[in-house]
Design a protein around this ligand. Structure first.
Ligand code: SF4
Length: 375
């Protein structure tokens, strides 16, 4: 994506000057702007967020801010797309740095997903339904809806998989097989959580003819897992789990479901970002936690709960460098533009794609409501 250069006049400002001017812009724009900060965003940026949360929750909150004409999403590109899809036509979504993408979402290009569904249809007569993580492009979500599938989050993925495998007459999607896009690990961890053995999973590699799968491989699998991953959550290893337990025998290890199967199996608990936050927030004072998720969030949890011992599971940094492309410089540039009546870095999903992507998101929200999930 083309990123126009940030004007020279901003580059020379110190962090304090940037922060002061951002605060002044916010003051001037008042309720006309709503700034969203993803949990993985850095502190200097998150201090200006009106709401913090995961991508879907933030998009829904933004849509509820009727008076906000402008939604400035301090996250990555797919999150801004979801906000645009769920917000009203009179709201404009801006991504301060248009080059802030998600490496995992980019691993499932829409043309590759279309090709995969066609190849799988040639390999099997069974019904293959795509279930697409919200960490994906709007185009992937639209393809998912057209193929009878739904979106999922790491909080509700189990329920969405169960819905997909239920007979169509019983309210499900009637899938014989699920194509889980784009995170291999989330798909495998969810299959395991539903009681399936590893042999029920096959990995589809978009770089290989037919995904590297034979008809027999597809026939044997209930879950076909897209070969994609989050580089942040792949940092964590079983050796790190063993090491923190050797240092502190009473420590509890909690990791994100985007970690590998081995790490999730070795941990005491796993789940989405929201579920990790909830588990630690509800934990006893004095409890000890090693957390396998993005470092900015873990540091914030440690600052918030000083009566608990909280550390990152790894000694190596686990930060989302894509999210880090949103900094004070870019935030001020966009807000200054809005004050001057100029919209910088808008994210607009084409209407036909948005309409279908909304269907995939709505199916997920309906499943969530039907199962009484709160996250
Ligand atoms: S943490 Fe991973 S999944 Fe989340 S935005 Fe960054 S690269 Fe994408």
């Amino acid at each position: 994506m083309f990123q126009p250069s940030v004007p020279e006049k901003y580059v020379r400002l110190s962090d304090d000057e940037l922060a002061q001017r951002i605060a002044a812009c916010k003051e001037r724009l008042g309720g006309r702007v709503c700034i969203l900060g993803h949990h993985y965003q850095r502190d200097p940026v998150i201090q200006f967020a009106d709401f913090t949360g995961d991508s879907l929750k933030l998009s829904q909150q933004a849509a509820d801010q009727d008076e906000a004409e402008f939604i400035v999403f301090c996250g990555v590109h797919f999150m801004a797309e979801s906000a645009d899809i769920l917000s009203s036509d009179r709201q404009t979504v801006c991504l301060p740095n248009i080059q802030a993408g998600c490496a995992m979402a980019d691993m499932a290009d829409a043309s590759a997903v279309t090709a995969a569904l066609e190849e799988l249809a040639e390999l099997t007569d069974a019904k293959v339904v795509p279930i697409t993580y919200v960490n994906s492009s709007a185009a992937d979500k639209a393809i998912t809806a057209r193929a009878d599938g739904a979106c999922c989050t790491s909080s509700n993925v189990r329920n969405v998989f169960q819905w997909a495998l239920q007979p169509a007459g019983g309210g499900g999607a009637g899938a014989d097989k699920i194509l889980a896009i784009p995170d291999e690990h989330l798909g495998r961890n969810t299959a395991a959580a539903l009681g399936f053995e590893e042999k029920a999973c096959a990995v589809y590699d978009p770089h290989l003819p037919q995904g590297g799968l034979s008809a027999a491989d597809v026939e044997a699998a209930t879950f076909i897992l897209w070969k994609g991953y989050c580089h942040v959550h792949q940092v964590f290893t079983v050796e790190q789990v063993d090491r923190v337990r050797a240092d502190r025998p009473d420590i509890r290890v909690i990791v994100h479901s985007e970690c590998t199967r081995e790490v999730v199996a070795a941990a005491d608990a796993s789940g989405s970002t929201s579920q990790i936050i909830q588990a630690i927030s509800e934990a006893q004072p004095g409890s000890q936690w090693a957390v396998g998720t993005e470092a900015n969030l873990v540091n914030r949890l440690a600052q918030r709960h000083t009566d608990r011992f909280i550390r990152l599971l790894s000694d190596r940094p686990a930060t989302c460098w894509q999210m880090g492309k949103i900094d004070l410089l870019h935030l001020l540039w966009v807000l200054d533009g809005l004050v001057a009546g100029e919209i910088i870095n808008p994210v607009t999903v084409p209407a036909d794609i948005a309409a279908d992507a909304r269907i995939a998101l709505q199916r997920m929200l309906d499943i969530k409501a039907a199962t009484g999930l709160t996250q």
